[in-house]
Design a protein around this ligand. Structure first.
Ligand SMILES: [Zn+2]
Length: 165
């Protein structure tokens, strides 16, 4: 009787452990493959509209910049602004990084990359300080970026490729 109970006890623990493991794997996998949640997607959309309105109000720019959330970007990159030879501009945001901080991605990274994109619109393809020139900083601040630090070591300005990620 005692042995049977002990056996039942260990069987239950094994089953619970397996369920927990499967659940953990499922959650990790779900984040990698599924879309961002609706709330985050709405926040991104609102921010894009706001950045578009600032670009128009402060610089007279009406152009809409496509923004793609990608899970194919290297983990060390939060975002990137790309320009190809046809003059197409695309901003990428790293989906993996949304897991850590949605606020950071939306309030810091997005205006930072949007400022790079506007530099392209202005025809300024300066590689000074990895694209983080004084002019870039002024645009970033005008877009109400939270941190428009010029001395970052991001290699987030990419030329001649747009379907990179
Ligand atoms: Zn940058």
């Amino acid at each position: 009787m005692f042995l049977q109970r002990l056996k039942l006890f260990f069987t239950s623990i094994t089953i619970l452990g397996t369920i927990f493991l499967v659940y953990s794997i499922y959650n990790t996998h779900k984040f990698k493959t599924s879309d961002l949640d609706e709330k985050t997607k709405n926040r991104i959309t609102h921010k894009i509209l706001y950045l578009q309105s600032l670009a128009y109000k402060k610089f007279g720019i009406k152009r809409k910049i496509p923004i793609k959330v990608s899970n194919k970007m290297p983990s060390n990159l939060f975002g990137a602004a790309t320009l190809n030879q046809k003059g197409e501009i695309v901003i990428f945001l790293n989906k993996k990084r949304f897991k850590e901080s949605v606020d950071y991605m939306i309030d810091d990274v997005l205006p930072h990359e949007y400022a790079h994109a506007l530099m392209f619109v202005f025809g300024d393809v300066s590689k000074e300080n990895g694209g983080h020139s004084k002019k870039w900083q002024d645009i970033c601040l005008a877009l109400e970026g939270k941190r428009c630090n010029r001395f970052v070591d991001y290699n987030d300005v990419i030329f001649d490729k747009t379907n990179l990620f």
